[in-house]
Design a protein around this ligand. Structure first.
Ligand code: ADP
Ligand code: MG
Length: 293
């Protein structure tokens, strides 16, 4: 590959909404045969909104929401902002919290008004020793079937409330997935979210392969596994927890709206977070490599 042709490709990329940070990444893109896409913030807008939809009768709904918001204050997860916003919307002020913990990015735990408050997925609560973490089971199932994310609140070891979190699919996602598949690529959704939620969203996008409930540290392992099978892998993500997977891929691609860690670990950045730019980037890769050969 001559540096000049790659340079032309890099310059042309900006007009296509593609920032090429690594010439090698652009070179390899045409040979990619599987695209792995993170769900939250990549296929979806990453601007979740939360609503308290059920409360155990021993608890006051406003208390549950105030405590949940207080516990989430120390978290950087987009879900945390959504929970805080839900409290503000109801005119509630979250009290101070102490002893904040966010074990493995699956939920949070804090001491609020003398109570131990946990907020996270039902799986996180179960692992944290909450008995009856299966409370609200029916509501959780219905919510997930619609593509929503269930966030439970537990207070002093008892389930207290259920928050429904919804995050809209990006407008560019359906057309981008369809175009990638039309080019013969395999498309895989990768997410830390619950399987039922992930499958519902994947279904609406025409994605057949779903890897759900994947812990952040296992995202990179999944990419490595595909490569070990001889696949040429592009990984698209936005979050801090996607950075190792982006680095592990043949081509790491970050959303322009993504966190700095993701952008810095990527060879290619989709400037306007428009997933169709990924299809344009592949065309650019082909054209650039054709010029070189
Ligand atoms: P994704 O891989 O789709 O971007 P994450 O790995 O960031 O998702 O999160 C996985 C799951 O962990 C979320 O769907 C949520 O259930 C739970 N979770 C993580 N952080 C929080 C938090 N601060 N509050 C509540 N739940 C959380
Ligand atoms: Mg994400």
């Amino acid at each position: 590959a001559t540096p000049m042709s790659i340079g032309v490709g890099v310059g042309r990329g900006a007009q296509l909404g593609v920032l090429v940070r690594s010439a090698e990444a652009l070179e390899r893109l045409e040979r990619v045969d599987v695209v792995v896409l993170d769900k939250t913030g990549t296929l979806t807008q990453g601007r979740p909104s939360a609503e308290l939809v059920a409360t155990e009768c021993a608890f006051d709904a406003d208390d549950v929401l105030r405590w949940a918001a207080a516990a989430e204050r120390g978290s950087e997860h987009p879900l945390a902002r959504a929970v805080e916003a839900a409290a503000v919307e109801r005119g509630l002020t979250a009290p101070d919290s102490t002893e904040f913990r966010a074990p493995a990015g699956r939920g949070v735990s804090a001491l609020v008004e003398g109570r131990r408050v946990l907020v996270g997925s039902p799986a996180f609560l179960a692992e944290s020793g909450v008995e009856r973490a299966g409370a609200f089971e029916r509501d959780v199932a219905a919510l997930r079937a619609r593509g929503g994310t269930a966030v439970l609140v537990a207070v002093d070891g008892d389930p207290a409330g259920l928050l429904a979190v919804t995050d809209l699919v990006r407008e560019s996602a359906p057309a981008a997935v369809a175009a990638l598949r039309a080019e013969g690529l395999d498309v895989v959704m990768l997410t830390g979210d619950a399987r039922a939620t992930a499958v519902a969203v994947a279904h609406s996008l025409g994605i057949e392969r779903v890897e759900a409930e994947v812990r952040p540290e296992d995202k990179a392992a999944l990419v490595a596994e595909l490569r070990a099978q001889g696949r040429v892998v592009a990984m698209v993500g936005d979050g801090v927890n996607d950075a190792p997977a982006l680095a592990a891929a043949d081509v790491g691609i970050a959303m322009g709206s993504g966190t700095d860690v993701a952008v810095e670990g990527a060879g290619i950045v989709l400037l306007h977070s428009d997933l169709r730019a990924l299809v344009r980037a592949r065309a650019l890769s082909r054209a650039t490599m054709r010029n070189i050969r």
